[in-house]
Design a protein around this ligand. Structure first.
Ligand SMILES: [Zn+2]
Length: 351
């Protein structure tokens, strides 16, 4: 696939945390020149030069997206659900979802809450609570819902097709967190396949990030990286921040975070990334985040591996409707390639 079709396919792939099979299948198909290994959590990994003693550079992106899981079916056929990953309750109402049945089929459902006509004044002012919402697939009884193949434990994701506006270089869709990162890692691996690099580049496509960075530990354990670069879709802040606080605006380049609540980035590695961007003429944005958490932090603190996070800004992340741009994506890929060209032992030992 070309890079645009690949991003579209990855965005549309069904893959909430714990159910990443379809996204993993695309990754494997798009890395035809690599021998990939998939473990029982559906983490996918590969390396360019397995036999070399060059520094081991792990390029990671997570395969899972935020979604839902059915908790119980009510007698009227609607379903209680829990969020998979960090949703704002306000992002659920009126969204369409695609639920996966027990046989692997799909059923459309909407997130329903009590219509305003039936609400008391007190109910209208009550803060939204997922516990009061249900998934409704248009049935009228528990039996009818079950007959569609739905039941406890069925996962779902927003039902959104991805489209690309060529003129504006703009993607609209779901799951850019972190399929845009997965696309970037695929792109980098394919670009450097035949290039002589000073490091052994390794791909890590990890699962269950959105529920606590679980899968990446399995990849890190197997790949034993000396250095890690996490590729992410990060929340864009340019539509609701004051100008001076914008650190992840669309079309301003990938974001390099110095700090979030899970990691203080190794400043030497961060400086290498910033110097590399400047020398190569790649725009970047620098951020200090009061929230956040990435696979980079997990590998950094568990294994003492220097890690940076290169993020493509995504508007309205962790909701059904997101935007990101081709130019930010391309600059993230460029930066990743340029950094890999500089990671020889001499440089890695000084990080
Ligand atoms: Zn993410």
């Amino acid at each position: 696939m070309d890079r645009i079709s690949r991003i579209v396919a990855l965005s549309e792939a069904f893959g909430p945390s714990g159910f990443e099979d379809d996204a993993a299948a695309i990754v494997r198909e798009e890395l035809p020149d690599y021998e990939t290994y998939t473990d029982h959590m559906t983490n996918v990994r590969c390396e360019k030069e397995p036999a070399s003693d060059k520094p081991r550079v792990m390029l990671d992106a997570h395969l899972d997206e935020v979604g839902v899981i059915v908790q119980a079916i009510k007698p009227n056929g609607t379903m209680r659900f829990l969020p998979l990953g960090g949703w704002a309750a306000t992002s659920f109402p009126t969204s369409s979802f695609r639920l996966r049945t027990k046989d692997g089929g799909f059923v459309k459902a909407v997130v329903a809450s009590k219509p305003p006509h039936f609400m008391s004044a007190e109910e209208k002012n009550r803060p939204l609570d997922v516990a009061n919402m249900v998934l409704d697939c248009g049935t009228s009884s528990k039996e009818e819902t079950e007959a569609l193949g739905l039941g406890v434990g069925c996962p779902g994701v927003p039902e959104i097709n991805c489209d690309f506006d060529e003129e504006r270089g703009l993607f609209y869709g779901k799951a850019f967190d972190d399929r845009i990162g997965a696309a970037a890692v695929i792109d980098i691996l394919n670009q450097v396949r035949d290039e002589e690099l000073p490091c052994n580049v390794m791909g890590s496509f990890s699962t269950q990030e959105e529920v606590g960075e679980r899968g990446v530990l399995s990849n890190a354990e197997a790949l034993k990286p000396d250095v890690m670069i996490a590729f992410e879709g990060c929340p864009a802040d340019d539509t609701f921040s004051e100008e001076y606080m914008i650190q992840a605006g669309l079309r301003k380049g990938p974001m390099l975070r110095h700090f979030d609540v899970s990691m203080i980035t190794n400043w030497r590695f961060q400086k290498l990334a910033l110097d590399t961007a400047r020398e190569a003429g790649i725009p970047v944005q620098e951020a200090v985040r009061s929230g956040g958490g990435t696979n980079g932090a997990m590998v950094n603190s568990r294994a003492g591996v220097p890690a940076i996070v290169i993020s493509v800004p995504v508007r309205y992340i962790h909701s059904s409707n997101c935007f990101c741009t081709l130019e930010d994506y391309e600059n993230a890929v460029k930066l990743g390639v340029e950094i890999c060209r500089r990671l020889d032992w001499n440089t890695v030992n000084k990080l």
